[in-house]
Ligand binder design. Structure first.
Ligand SMILES: [Zn+2]
Ligand SMILES: [Zn+2]
Length: 352
């Protein structure tokens, strides 16, 4: 079916260069939502994030590979970002890598961890290792402000406040081109084809009759990229607020409730209220709490109620919770209206 948009331009014509929204879904799956020790219903920390063909993990607690089977994320993990190397956050990588060795995976896997913890991770990976063919596992340390650039997005590391070197991570997409208006292009007499693509990617064109067409004549203003932030284990801290500014989703640890405020401070964790205050200060659009102490793991409703008094919308994660973050047509802020515009632009020095 070719739905007519008028003047012979069709909505499914191949030269319309707008990115199909359904393809660029970001899917987040919570694989483990317990702190320190697993419970019957909650595994140790791990979050899977899939964007197009890229599957990555944030942390990989013991038993993560089984959770990946249970919740259907697939095993084709390219990058693992460890927030820190407390045992509950990384022991799962040992078994996962071995399973992949046996499955004769060939593609490299990259493991990122806070400086200076690569040695610990290296020892864990090689634990009991016997000679044999295996795929390359690269371990790279990250520091505050480091950026890992990928095709169409980047992962920014930010230092958080925990009992050992610890990072939070922000997945950030740059603004993408504005919406192409094929009717307008048609009215201007631009022949359908490659010129449409040039205009949408910001290039002015010259028609056969010598007329010049600027992109702004047929392309709307840039649209906002997405931002998803994972706090890791941390006290509430300004670095998370800065990283989560206007985030589509903030995943923040909420190990304790208000009755355990002192304990949270002593162990460098956050309460649900503190997580909500961080989300509010950041202007995040949505908050998901995770990393629950065993005393709240059965019924995180109390944490949720405490958080809701300070921020909505907020949810308590559970193992298997899946959240889709679609592309939106929301316009990117202009420099005049938002001093944070730069925060979504991907320009920092990058690692790969
Ligand atoms: Zn933890
Ligand atoms: Zn920890």
């Amino acid at each position: 079916m070719h739905r007519s948009l008028g003047r012979g331009v069709r909505s499914d014509a191949p030269y319309v260069t707008d990115i199909p929204t359904r393809i660029l879904m970001i899917r987040i799956t919570f694989l483990g939502t317990s702190a320190a020790a697993p419970t019957l219903t909650r595994n140790l920390p791990a979050i899977a994030l899939k964007r197009e063909g890229d599957l990555m993990l944030f942390d990989c607690g013991e038993g993560t590979q089984r959770q990946m089977m249970r919740y259907g994320t697939g095993f084709d993990v390219r990058d693992v970002f460890f927030t820190h190397l407390h045992a509950d956050h990384y022991l799962g990588i040992i078994g996962f890598v071995r399973t992949l060795w046996m499955a004769e995976r060939a593609d490299p896997m990259r493991l990122y961890c806070p400086r200076p913890t690569a040695r610990t991770l290296e020892q864990a990976i090689s634990l009991g290792f016997q000679d044999g063919k295996r795929f390359p596992v690269e371990i790279r340390e990250l520091s505050d402000g480091d950026v890992v650039r990928r095709d169409g997005y980047e992962i920014r590391a930010f230092r958080v406040e925990h009992r050992m070197p610890a990072l939070g991570y922000a997945l950030v997409e740059p603004s993408r081109p504005g919406k192409f208006d094929p009717e307008r292009a048609n009215a201007l007499g631009i022949p359908p084809g490659p010129l449409f693509g040039k205009l949408q990617h910001g290039e002015a064109i010259t028609l056969d009759d010598g007329r010049r067409v600027e992109p702004g004549e047929v392309v709307g203003p840039p649209r906002l990229g997405r931002k998803i932030v994972v706090s890791g284990d941390t006290l509430p801290c300004p670095a998370t607020v800065a990283a989560a500014r206007d985030a589509d989703l903030l995943i923040h640890e909420a190990t304790f409730g208000e009755d355990d405020l002192e304990r949270a401070q002593a162990t460098f964790h956050s309460t649900a209220v503190q997580a909500a205050q961080v989300a509010r200060a950041a202007g995040a659009r949505r908050l998901v709490l995770t990393h629950f102490s065993n005393r709240y793991a059965q019924e995180p409703g109390l944490l949720l109620r405490q958080a809701r008094a300070h921020f909505t919308p907020v949810e308590a994660a559970k193992d298997g919770l899946t959240i889709d973050i679609p592309l939106t047509d929301e316009l990117a802020p202009t420099a005049a209206t938002d001093s944070n515009t730069e925060a979504r632009e991907c320009g920092a020095p990058a690692l790969d």
